[in-house]
Design a binder for this molecule. Sequence first.
Ligand code: KG4
Ligand code: ZN
Length: 352
Amino acid sequence: MKILGIDTSCDETAASVVANGREVLSNVVASQIEVHQEYGGVVPELASRKHIEAINYIVSRALAEADVTFKDLTAIAVTNRPGLIGALLVGVASAKSLAYCHKLPLLGINHIEGHIYANYMVHDALTFPHICLTVSGGHTLLVEVHEGWQYKVLGSTQDDAAGEVYDKVAKYLGLGFPGGKIIDDLAQTGDPTAIKFPRPMRNSGDYQFSFSGIKTSVRYFVEKARRAGVLVENGQEDAKDTNPDTITVEDIAASFQAAVVDVLTYKSIRAAKSTGAKAITLTGGVAANSQLRSSLKTAGVEIGAEVYYPPMNLCTDNGAMIAGIAYEKYKQGLRDNLSLNAAANGSIMERK
Ligand code: KG4
Ligand code: ZN
């Protein structure tokens, strides 16, 4: 059963054809990073316009690369929530038109369910129930995933998403957008114990997260260090030899990352321990983070839980994960009609 999956929820125009939920026949993504880079973040109106320009081409590429036509498809799936409303509307309008023209069933999919499904597409040994940590530019969510793709949401961020905070911190440090990979790379040579940034809600006793406090703390620290003239921003590793008070961008990156990774790891492990889940999956753009991966792996070994993360092209936004979860939903009987609409918000617990 081949399904076309479309995702235009943020700044990537993505389409993919997947057979039987797991066999990725094509996975085409047009990134808009260059468009948004000069603004230091995603500009919703620009994102919508770029999706309109790209969508038809990306869908036809996805079909061509999979070597299929609409006649070979069983259904068309599209992310219809949550995300940037104007961006989502482009994918939804496209999917509805195609479903109508080609007389194919239509399925509206929750973007986060796609992220959660990504690990299952590549890890045959993944067992249920498992704990899934979704960390991206727009979301931070800890979920218990049961057989049949039934979920129990354990916690989410009360303010900023983890990826959003990476992007903001990179902005304060003048490092460019998106900041996650840049900070991750700089942190490799920094001292994670150089500055003790706060770990908000680490010991709250629940599974909620809060990252805006870390963000503000880094911002004040950077401003103060700049004013005092002790911030080394040009990679001068020997600066400390001449002035022990200097602080490098690498140290700030490493210390910031240590705070974020500590909280994410701690709560994910706690969730696995208390639910007895024997597997933890990591997904979303921030799942690419080297420190988060290794920290969770190490902590997972200590409690006997296997830790999984998907390859990069399934971590970040893509249409394959949408086609993947749509296969399960199709089997469960889900169908939408042409009144399907986009929604900026939407919990994975709700049908729509
Ligand atoms: O899942 P994604 O592609 O889009 C959203 O749905 O948001 O995630 C993008 C986010 C950005 O905030 C980016 O900075 C972050 O993922 N990211 C990383 C890394 N690579 C990407 N964050 C930390 N470390 C990385 N290596
Ligand atoms: Zn995403």
